[in-house]
Design a protein around this ligand. Structure first.
Ligand SMILES: NC(=O)c1ccc[n+]([C@@H]2O[C@H](COP(=O)([O-])OP(=O)(O)OC[C@H]3O[C@@H](n4cnc5c(N)ncnc54)[C@H](O)[C@@H]3O)[C@@H](O)[C@H]2O)c1
Length: 258
């Protein structure tokens, strides 16, 4: 099969996806879409400002989006209307938007994937954290990313905390100290899981989940050391949406983990 793929976003992730799609034997990169960049050519591929124009000119089967939470709803609205299957990696998307996208895909019988982390090792890290969650009373997440990341905490950290909370009967025990000498030093909190965000040049995407119990701790850590780490997961999702008729959230089911 030759899957025609458009890439939404010509930033760091968009270009890496474009290269990975071009190198895949069963895929063809047909367009880039970026509303913030003047239309033209990018690495010998047409670049469109408007999704509608890109879809009608190049008839993609799938559009892969790594942009910004403000833009993704515009992109997917046009994609679903044109029968183009969305594969979304953009972070910071609201639960309400994800509900509406799931409903639109269901009505159109269109496959789609949204994943807060396409690195297969990160999917496993989240799965292992979910398995460990019922056995410890306390847990914290430290997520570390490059200093250009626009949002905090990372979508992966929020998803991990939600998965961990859903795997147990009650929230984790979140200890607040009697005195906070610096506000915010205990991090954010979700389901009793403290989340700490580190932003530094030199980092890519990293996360450590720490569990604490009686006289023991358990640490589960994943490191993406380059953006290539996300590409096997993205290509897996591009192939999978061709066979689906609804929106899949996360890669777990595609990897046989749920
Ligand atoms: N799910 C994952 O595995 C994963 C992995 C890495 C990055 N991400 C996410 O992917 C997204 C892109 O990351 P990046 O490192 O490529 O960022 P980047 O800044 O290099 O590129 C962002 C792209 O989005 C476009 N864009 C930004 N704001 C826009 C707006 N308001 N309207 C239209 N277009 C807009 C820019 O023109 C650019 O092409 C981020 O949300 C990031 O958190 C997800």
């Amino acid at each position: 099969m030759n899957i025609r793929v458009a890439v939404s976003g010509s930033g760091r992730m968009g270009r890496t996806v474009g290269e990975a799609v071009s190198a895949a034997a069963d895929m063809q990169l047909v367009a880039y879409i970026d509303s913030l960049v003047p239309a033209g050519m990018l690495d010998a591929t047409p670049l469109f400002e408007s999704p509608q124009a890109a879809f009608s000119a190049t008839s993609p089967d799938v559009v892969v989006d790594f942009t910004n939470a403000e833009w993704t709803p515009h992109l997917t609205g046009a994609a679903v209307a044109a029968g183009v299957r969305p594969v979304i990696g953009t972070s910071g998307l609201s639960p309400q938007y994800l509900e509406s996208l799931a409903s639109a895909c269901r009505s159109a019988k269109l496959g789609g994937v949204v994943a807060s982390n396409f690195a297969l090792g990160a999917v496993l890290m989240m799965h292992f954290a979910k398995l460990a969650a019922p056995y410890f009373e306390s847990a914290e997440i430290i997520e570390l990313h490059h200093d250009q990341k626009v949002d905090a905490p990372s979508g992966t950290a929020v998803t991990t905390a939600q998965m961990m909370r859903a795997a147990r009967d009650a929230a984790f025990s979140h200890r607040a100290p009697e005195k906070l000498t610096l506000p915010g030093s205990r991090g954010a909190e979700s389901g009793g899981v403290a989340i700490h965000s580190v932003r530094l040049p030199g980092l890519v995407a990293h996360q450590e989940v720490l569990f604490g119990g009686l006289a023991q701790t358990l640490s589960i850590r994943h490191d993406s050391t380059g953006r290539d780490s996300f590409m096997p997961g993205v290509l897996l999702a591009v192939r999978a949406v061709m066979e689906k008729d609804r929106l899949i959230v996360g890669l777990d089911s595609l990897l046989g983990l749920s």
